[in-house]
Design a protein around this ligand. Structure first.
Ligand SMILES: [Zn+2]
Length: 228
């Protein structure tokens, strides 16, 4: 399933008299679940407005069972999802009750990665609802530490292949050069033919699939080497 963000801002039910505060730069992210098996932005908007008398739906993003992300508010809108801690807090809700589809989990990671980058936030700013101060809830029904681990892992092991450029390539090349020849261009931050050849050689040495692409497994071997 491709990663899709469906923009439903301004299309959802809102309270006739109340509006959420806006204009706050986000500096943290809270993960929720709906604690229901079904639902989407319009169902939750109706519930939050009619039952809670909130200005509108509480979450900024809702991730449906099929992995589609519904974007409900601008990130700088202070909507309600974490009691007393909503200022600068982006609320992401997974539809489900503690267990979620593979598409949902992968969309969650991608969405968070985008938001972290956009606002320059550290991974430690991502928390599950129940980890937030003063909240009495089991939401989101799983340990958000798993998500932080995955985010850290992806950050430390970015997919690199021919054509990749930059600091991550350089970092990889430096470690690579301790194991195989990388004499012509050295650690220049450009993943060209020489680097590809060297990666394949390293992969052969380590009995990995020699595809010349540095993914999680190759990173793992490279980082093992660094620890020696
Ligand atoms: Zn919650």
């Amino acid at each position: 399933m491709a990663f899709i963000i469906k923009d439903v801002r301004k299309k959802l039910l809102e309270h006739r008299k109340k509006t959420y505060r806006t204009g706050v730069l986000p500096d943290n992210i809270t993960i929720h679940h709906s604690a229901t098996e079904t639902g989407n932005s319009s169902a939750f908007a109706a519930y939050h407005v009619n039952n809670h008398q909130w200005p509108g739906v509480g979450y900024h993003y809702i991730i449906l069972k099929n992995g589609v992300v519904e974007r409900c508010w601008d990130d700088h809108t202070v909507s309600y999802h974490t009691r007393g801690l909503n200022t600068g807090n982006i609320g992401i809700c997974l539809v489900g009750n503690g267990s979620f589809t593979t598409s949902q989990k992968s969309s969650l990671i991608k969405l968070i990665q985008i938001l972290l980058k956009k606002y320059g936030m550290d991974i430690s700013k991502v928390k599950g609802h129940r980890e937030r101060r003063g909240q009495t809830t089991r939401c989101p029904g799983f340990d958000a530490g798993v998500i932080r681990d995955k985010l850290r892992n992806d950050l430390n092991s970015p997919l690199l292949k021919i054509g990749s450029k930059g600091g991550e390539v350089k970092r990889m090349q430096k470690i690579l050069a301790r194991n195989v020849q990388l004499s012509k261009y050295g650690a220049d931050g450009i993943f060209g033919l020489e680097t590809e050849k060297a990666v394949k050689e390293f992969q052969k040495q380590r009995k990995l699939t020699a595809d010349g692409i540095v993914g999680v497994k190759t990173w793992k071997e490279l980082l093992k080497e660094r620890k020696k």
